[in-house]
Ligand binder design. Structure first.
Ligand code: SF4
Length: 323
């Protein structure tokens, strides 16, 4: 993808948002994997799990103040490690009126007999990290993971979803990076013919600002394109497990905190973040860590729709929001 095409998908979304389109909420920093594209293994800030009280506080405000905003219950960490409690938390979010809950997961933390519980908890969309078409590549990227276990759980989940004949929507995610780009086509082809209603989401690896190296296509775009305001900043808010709010989830250590949701309302913290949004919109990217971050150029996100009744046909709906 050339730079103009990559950024063309982002530019229509550039404006100052009165409220975030998405709030990422760190339900836990615990994780069962040590993925090569994630800085979790070197995380230095204090780790923990969000209290139910803080979760209730956050989702209640979002439902009341920002009725169209989506909630993603993960930043660092694997949310399914909270077990049944996570299902209760998602159910609570939907019950109080959150528009949509989108779960990013590696799925390995879910027992094989709990698929129906996950599907029934109220979650609207589930994104499962796959990133490979072979065990060798999967286990090289998703260190500590077992490809056979993932495949078993995926099929159980998709079979259970097929039996329900209704939501949630499920997407299999492939984060393109040097280690797996040779398997992107095989990944798509294998799921095209698998016989499930499922989406395939393909996007390049981001760098988490100062965390890991971003994919070559992101670095290439960032090096040659005129810089644009960062949509991660313009559209999203991140809430760490302890209630702290950084500028974006790419500041995963929380080097600059704009408030804590236990002391300050989400609306007030969003207003404070507006100073940064306006600097970006004015063409000022000189602040740290934005100055050295390429993630603003991570524009590509393609969705391929697969249908159980026929082979995959849809393709390449480019969007700017991902997680
Ligand atoms: S440029 Fe990087 S550090 Fe700055 S807001 Fe965007 S993702 Fe965060």
């Amino acid at each position: 993808m050339d730079r103009d095409t990559a950024l063309a998908g982002l530019k229509p979304h550039i404006r100052d948002y009165a409220e975030p389109t998405d709030v990422l909420v760190e339900t836990t920093t615990r994780c069962n994997l040590d993925c090569s594209m994630c800085p979790h293994g070197g995380l230095e800030r204090e780790q923990g799990s969000m209290s139910r009280e803080t979760w209730t506080h956050v989702v209640t405000q979002i439902a009341r103040e920002w009725p169209k905003t989506r909630v993603w219950p993960a930043i660092m960490g694997e949310p399914l490690l909270r077990g049944r409690e996570l299902f209760e938390m998602i159910d609570e979010a939907k019950t109080v009126g959150v528009a949509s809950v989108c779960l990013n997961t590696n799925l390995l933390g879910l027992a094989t007999d709990r698929m129906d519980d996950l599907l029934a908890c109220g979650v609207d969309r589930i994104f499962v990290g796959v990133d490979a078409a072979s065990a060798q590549t999967y286990e090289r990227i998703r260190r500590g993971g077992d490809f056979a276990q993932l495949q078993e759980r995926l099929r159980l989940l998709l079979d259970a979803r097929q039996r329900r004949r209704r939501g949630p929507r499920i997407a299999l995610q492939f984060v393109v990076q040097e280690e797996n780009e040779h398997e992107e086509a095989a990944f798509v082809e294998s799921w095209k013919s698998a016989g499930y209603d499922v989406e395939l989401k393909i996007r390049p690896r981001v760098g988490w600002s100062y965390g890991v190296e971003s994919a070559a296509e992101v670095r290439r775009t960032a090096s040659v394109a005129d810089r644009i305001p960062c949509l991660w900043l313009l559209r999203q808010m991140a809430v760490f497990w302890n209630g702290d709010v950084p500028r974006c989830d790419a500041d995963y250590e929380g080097n600059e905190i704009f408030g804590n949701v236990r002391e300050t309302s989400l609306t007030e913290i969003w207003r404070k973040l507006g100073v940064l949004r306006r600097r970006h919109l004015g063409g000022d990217f000189s602040m740290s860590p934005c100055a050295g971050c390429d993630d603003w150029a991570a524009g590509r996100s393609e969705t391929i729709e697969c249908r159980a009744a026929a082979s995959c046909s849809g393709s390449a709906e480019r969007e700017s929001v991902a997680s």
